[in-house]
Design a protein around this ligand. Structure first.
Ligand code: C2E
Ligand code: MG
Ligand code: MG
Ligand code: MG
Length: 282
């Protein structure tokens, strides 16, 4: 009796795993087609100066318009891309597409606009052929390195190897900024981060969400911001959804903010309309 139950359970488990791996394989196959079929595209979410509410940069956020599944979010397909190695091609697409867009927007709307790009730890740990041409690409577009930030999640830096450090240094040599994404979700000490020569930290959305009077998150945010500033790091708060959160962060001297309160990730036309309206205000 017990034996057969155990066997049944095992069958269930194995069936489940099998389903998952089939699902993964099918996503991987589809993703291979996605680049060729132009199914990947970028949205641009504004990042604003919290003192003036002015747009200073965009974060490029990738989406996949799957022919059958509809829009697939990055949290679903980026891990698949990382496992299959497709991330290097996708990363190349994101870098080039977003910077072409930046160059165009800088010449039409705002000469000092900046672009922030998420980069996978897999790409940094195993630099690939695509990345070799990135600096040339930047120069051909006439973009200063300072107009570009690379966002790297905190956890990857915990496992940082000499290769990653060397990669970061190469970017820094070009003037490219480095931002630590989702700060607070990992285990890194700020002092340690300072050694890695980072320019920005992005306070994770989970802290901003509970940014209220009497909540621990409020003290934590204040401490993070003041410590970051002592280390000459700039601070961006993610996931700002209410006026109240924005006001508290501004009071703590947080430099930049991003979230639905200001704007959701926008398609190109909407981002452009925003740039145009901001130009009129000047
Ligand atoms: P992330 O870099 O931390 O990006 C911020 C995420 O928070 C985005 O989700 C954005 O849409 C969402 N967000 C922004 N403001 C708010 C808000 O006020 N409230 C809430 N609830 N959410 C907000 P998204 O676009 O789904 O991206 C998820 C993650 O996928 C990103 O987290 C990033 O780690 C990864 N990702 C996105 N695009 C790329 C890419 O081009 N390359 C790589 N390697 N990873 C990417
Ligand atoms: Mg990011
Ligand atoms: Mg983040
Ligand atoms: Mg995130």
């Amino acid at each position: 009796e017990a034996k057969s139950k155990g066997r049944n359970r095992w069958c269930f488990f194995s069936f489940d795993l099998h389903q998952k791996s089939v699902e993964r394989q099918s996503l991987t196959n589809d993703l291979r087609q996605a680049l060729a079929n132009d199914e990947l595209f970028l949205l641009y979410q504004p990042i604003v100066d919290l003192k003036t509410n002015r747009l200073v940069k965009f974060e490029a956020l990738i989406r996949w318009q799957h022919p059958v599944r509809g829009i697939v979010p990055p949290d679903t397909f980026i891990p698949v891309a990382e496992e299959s190695g497709l991330i290097s091609e996708i990363g190349d697409f994101v870098f080039k597409q977003s910077l072409r867009q930046l160059a165009q927007w800088r010449s039409h709307y705002a000469h000092d606009l900046m672009m922030s790009i998420n980069i996978s730890p897999y790409q940094l740990a195993a630099p690939d052929l695509h990345m070799v041409g990135w600096f040339d690409f930047l120069h051909k577009l006439g973009l200063p390195g300072e107009s570009v930030s690379l966002e790297i999640t905190e956890n990857m830096l915990m496992h940082h190897t000499d290769v990653v450090s060397a990669q970061l240094l190469a970017f820094r040599d070009q003037g490219i900024n480095v931002a630590l994404d989702d700060f607070g979700t990992g285990y890194s000490a700020l002092a340690y981060l300072n050694r890695l020569d980072i320019d920005y930290i992005k306070i994770d959305r989970s802290f901003v969400k509970d940014l209220l009077e009497g909540h621990m998150e409020k003290d934590l945010c204040e401490a993070i911001i003041s410590m970051a500033h002592k280390l000459s790091l700039k601070v961006i708060a993610e996931g700002i959804e209410t006026e109240q959160q924005a006001a508290i962060l501004q009071q703590f001297g947080c430099d930049l903010g991003q979230g639905y309160l200001f704007a959701k990730p926008l398609p190109v036309e909407d981002a452009e309309a925003l740039l145009a309206s901001q130009m009129m205000e000047k």
